[in-house]
Write a protein that binds this ligand. Structure first.
Ligand code: MG
Length: 257
């Protein structure tokens, strides 16, 4: 997002905005936990989307993805070689061994949070289970790198270092971002980088960090539906994301119960 050559950086949030974001993140985490409990083979991705819609409404939140740049659903559900932005469908049946990536956004009192989890359905290939575990760990290591004055490259480098240990493909065309008043705010937060490089982030800014790793290469393409991002080589992918608040020393995960 460029505006007159200036980045529209995510704002330093007020206490009232942070209160709304904590609640937004709590609702989001509650819905994802519910979906995790309900997920079984033979469901369709639309079944999961219906559950997400009902649960979020019960909790009093609004879906942040529905209608965003024309996205047609409340949640992105991506299977296997689909990395992100999959559109739920009543024709898409989930099978034992699949990776199911759920990416969800919640608006509560005008403040938005964004988070994702990848789940493995039943018994799966050991390499698939390991990919999912390692991708989640890389997210937590990225979060551990955060503090007031952190550079974007410090976060990306922590994630990249961890994923490189197993030679996973690190998706480069999609990145983390500022979040809060809008779903996507500056700066971009790539899942790779160099310590000390890139924009410096301040205490009380809020960002979404979201590593996407594959069992093959890093290259992706947009499917015919205009939304779903798939791996070029057909390798399977995992995606984890949290919205976090930058503190003087460390970070607070907002998308948690
Ligand atoms: Mg995101």
């Amino acid at each position: 997002m460029l505006c007159g050559g200036q980045l529209m950086l995510t704002r330093v949030k007020t206490p009232a905005e942070l209160k709304a974001m904590r609640q937004s993140g709590k609702l989001l985490a509650t819905v994802l936990a519910h979906l995790k409990k309900r997920l079984t083979a033979e469901m369709t991705t639309k079944d999961l989307s219906d559950i997400a819609m009902v649960e979020l409404k019960k909790l009093g939140g609004k879906p942040a993805f529905l209608g965003y740049q024309g996205f047609p659903d409340v949640i992105c559900i991506s299977l296997n070689d689909e990395v992100v932005h999959g559109i739920p469908s009543a024709k898409r049946v989930i099978k034992e061994g699949d990776i199911v990536s759920l990416d969800f956004g919640v608006n509560y009192q005008g403040m938005i949070t964004d988070a994702a989890i990848s789940l493995v359905v039943g018994e799966a290939q050991p390499a698939v289970k390991k990919l999912v575990r390692d991708t989640e760990r890389s997210l937590l290591l990225g979060i551990q790198a955060i503090h007031g004055g952190v550079h974007v490259g410090d976060i990306g480098s922590a994630i990249e270092k961890e994923l490189n240990k197993e030679h996973y493909g690190i998706v480069r065309d999609l990145v983390g971002h500022g979040v809060g008043h809008d779903l996507h705010e500056d700066p971009n937060i790539p899942n790779y980088g160099y310590p000390g490089m890139g924009i410096m982030l301040k205490t009380n800014m809020t960002i979404a960090i979201e590593p996407m790793a594959t069992l093959g290469g890093h290259q992706v393409y947009v499917d015919e539906d205009g939304w779903t991002i798939k791996t070029q080589d057909g390798s399977w992918a995992a995606h984890f994301e949290h919205t976090v608040l930058i503190l003087d020393a460390g970070a607070e995960i907002l998308t948690t119960m």
